[in-house]
Design a binder for this molecule. Structure first.
Ligand SMILES: [Fe+2]
Length: 388
């Protein structure tokens, strides 16, 4: 969709991206480029003990490695970040290598802030508050979803308040993203689907954002095309290195898109469901996304029709409104075929709590980027009810 002569936007994407089968071998060289001599690896125990991914990173780092912290857990709790920062400081680390999904990358963003700014992660909550270059960070994603390797966002779990703390700062965008398709081969089918649908939510919400702009649009549409084609392929054959690589690229493009344009209501809902009921972030998005698309179809039919085409839907001879409906139907079918839950009731969200969830979503930072005005309790509740 075109823009008028009054178009105005900013775009900042400083991450160096290194892609390729076996690219993990470049980790040492890439750290040298960043001037890192003493690298600390942040990862989780499952990756370290049940896969050879961490061993590959270890080999590539050689003498630059000062230690491996394998205590990363889902949703990057604040307590883990503070503990990992103390651990890294004791080892004199001058750079971080995150290995894992969004939780590992977001944990490293938090550790970088604590190492550079001091204090605890809780002290740095907020938006664009940092004034200095942060500890260098090379991210190695092992899932194809969050796009956190190119984003200025970090979501941290406050375990005591059962809330998610949000950080948004250009200075926490990782310096380097190392994308090696081989490292994602170990993902089980459900995680492949859930993370890819998180990426699809990033791309679609960026495309429907109030802050939409042409460079992010291009990245979003590119991501949607790749996801529509290669998610089914990766699910049919988890060993397809081609499909795995294309999903990594799609997640990266979607990350660039939402870093530029923001996300929207599906994320505002998914953050609340994730914090309260420990539903996987990608699964929560997958449940909400088709309903958010239907909810905003009255204002965004032309853009939704473009999404339908990008997903591979044939819209010849149908009206724009019908094509928009097909985009939501196509996404719903992708979720269903992936074998993920399709209703909030299936992931133990109690019906009696939907209003409380809607109220909590109103204060989530993602909601302000919704292209259709969403910051109203009854509006949000109606989408929760549709997804229940
Ligand atoms: Fe997300």
């Amino acid at each position: 969709m075109s823009y008028g002569a009054d178009l105005s936007f900013g775009w900042y994407q400083p991450t160096r991206i290194v892609f390729g089968v076996g690219a993990v071998k470049e980790t040492g060289l890439e750290l040298k480029r960043l001037g890192v001599e003493r690298a600390a690896v942040l990862t989780d125990r499952v990756l370290r003990e049940r896969t050879d991914v961490v061993a590959k990173v270890e080999r590539a780092l050689g003498g630059r490695l000062v230690g491996i912290f394998d205590g990363v857990v889902a949703d990057s709790p604040a307590e883990v970040i503070d503990r990992a920062a103390t651990w890294a400081r004791e080892r004199g680390a001058d750079g971080l290598v995150s290995v894992g999904g969004g939780s590992a990358i977001d944990t490293a963003k938090g550790v970088a802030m604590v190492l550079t700014e001091g204090g605890a992660i809780r002290d740095h909550q907020g938006s664009q508050r940092l004034t200095r270059r942060q500890t260098p960070h090379l991210a190695i994603p092992t899932t194809a979803g969050t796009g956190s390797e190119v984003s200025m966002y970090s979501v941290v779990l406050d375990e005591t308040a059962h809330e998610k703390m949000h950080f948004a700062d250009e200075r926490i965008i990782p310096d380097t993203a190392l994308l090696d398709p081989e490292l994602t081969l170990d993902m089980p089918a459900w995680l492949t689907a859930a993370t890819a649908l998180d990426a699809l939510t990033h791309a679609i919400e960026a495309y429907l954002s109030i802050a939409r702009q042409p460079l992010a649009d291009a990245a979003a549409l590119g991501a949607i095309r790749l996801l529509g084609r290669y998610l089914p392929e990766a699910l049919a054959d988890g060993n397809s290195i081609l499909a795995r690589g294309q999903l990594l690229l799609a997640a990266n493009l979607a990350g660039q898109a939402f870093n530029g344009s923001g996300v929207g209501l599906a994320h505002a809902m998914a953050h609340v469901i994730g914090a309260r009921y420990h539903v996987h972030h990608g699964t929560a998005n997958a449940i909400c996304l088709p309903h958010v698309m239907r909810w905003c179809a009255d204002e965004f039919a032309p853009r939704l029709a473009e999404i339908a085409v990008a997903l591979g839907e044939s819209v010849a001879g149908v009206s724009t409104d019908q094509a928009a409906g097909r985009a939501a139907d196509r996404v719903a079918a992708l979720v269903r075929k992936s074998g993920l839950p399709t209703r909030l009731a299936e992931v133990q969200v109690p019906e009696a709590e939907l209003r409380a969830c809607a109220v909590a979503s109103l204060s989530d930072g993602a909601i302000v980027y919704s292209g259709k005005f969403a910051a109203d309790e009854e509006l949000v509740l109606s989408v929760y009810r549709a997804a229940f």
